[in-house]
Write a protein that binds this ligand. Structure first.
Ligand SMILES: [Fe+2]
Ligand SMILES: [Fe+2]
Length: 272
């Protein structure tokens, strides 16, 4: 059984200091095999924010997979944004833009969906293209069939009804269909600062809320997710901020049958 902690949208620059120690305490209790960070580690891609984010992330003693989000691209310096949007990310974090980690029991593939610009001036929207889904397929062709297949992408592949004015990641339909072909099990994301999980076409889409920033959406609280199980069945637990620390707010169970995932009641799930 593997345990993955999924945190997102740290937004250093807008972090809430009192939550940082509590998040580390919660992660220590969970002791995950890996911490996955699904983007927006800074608020405005400032050097000081990258340094604070990396001080925090590098202090976590677990293996990590970290991707960027739209906030990790300079917003106001248009020269930086258009000429080399990832210069600061590469210079101050040293993290890969599209990391892939393969371990016993799982493979996690990071996809950079942030873009330097977008249609209709909605530069925050993000996109996934065919080269990226081809790369995912290439990695999964040689993956152990029993390993859980996770894709990590900052932008949403599905949005709850309350976000009807926002848009899913560009290229979503083609990408989902390609990922279904490749046998992707779960897509981990962030961006909307709200925790939710939805099954689309047999693939689980799991979005973590903002773990520690004060950029909260509507009725959301700070939160992170824990995925625990294997390629036959797993659970997703939402840990939400409850005033003085993080505590379990919700736990859902999922089972894979004929290549597609479905939600199950807790008592029908023996593996997670
Ligand atoms: Fe964000
Ligand atoms: Fe974002």
């Amino acid at each position: 059984m593997i345990t993955i902690a999924h945190i997102s949208d740290l937004h250093f620059g807008r972090e809430q200091a009192e939550m940082i120690g509590e998040l580390i305490k919660s992660l220590a209790k969970i002791n995950p095999h890996r911490v996955i960070v699904s983007g927006d580690i800074t608020q405005r891609a400032r050097k000081s924010e990258f340094i604070s984010a990396c001080n925090f992330l590098n202090s976590l003693p677990w293996p990590k997979l970290i991707i960027s989000g739209n906030h990790d691209v300079p917003a106001f310096n248009l020269f930086d944004r258009f000429i080399n949007p990832w210069r600061k990310w590469q210079r101050y974090t040293g993290y890969e833009l599209e990391p892939v980690r393969k371990e016993l029991g799982y493979i996690a593939i990071g996809v950079n969906t942030a873009r330097r610009s977008g249609a209709l001036f909605d530069w925050s929207r993000g996109r996934i293209n065919e080269d990226q889904t081809d790369t995912i397929a290439k990695h999964l062709r040689t993956a152990d069939p029993d390993s859980l297949r996770l894709v990590v992408a900052h932008h949403p592949f599905w949005l709850p009804e309350k976000y009807k004015n926002r848009r899913v990641v560009g290229g979503r339909d083609k990408a989902l269909s390609a990922m279904k072909q490749s046998g992707v099990d779960i897509i981990l994301g962030g961006h909307v600062h709200s925790a939710y999980t939805k099954i689309m076409d047999g693939i689980i889409i799991c979005h973590a809320g903002s773990a520690i920033s004060d950029r909260l959406d509507m009725d959301s609280s700070n939160s992170f997710e824990v995925i625990q199980g294997n390629r036959r069945a797993f659970s997703i637990t939402t840990h939400a901020w409850q005033g003085k620390g993080f505590a379990t707010a919700k736990k859902r169970f999922f089972k894979r049958s004929s290549g597609a995932w479905q939600e199950t009641p807790a008592q029908h799930n023996n593996s997670a």
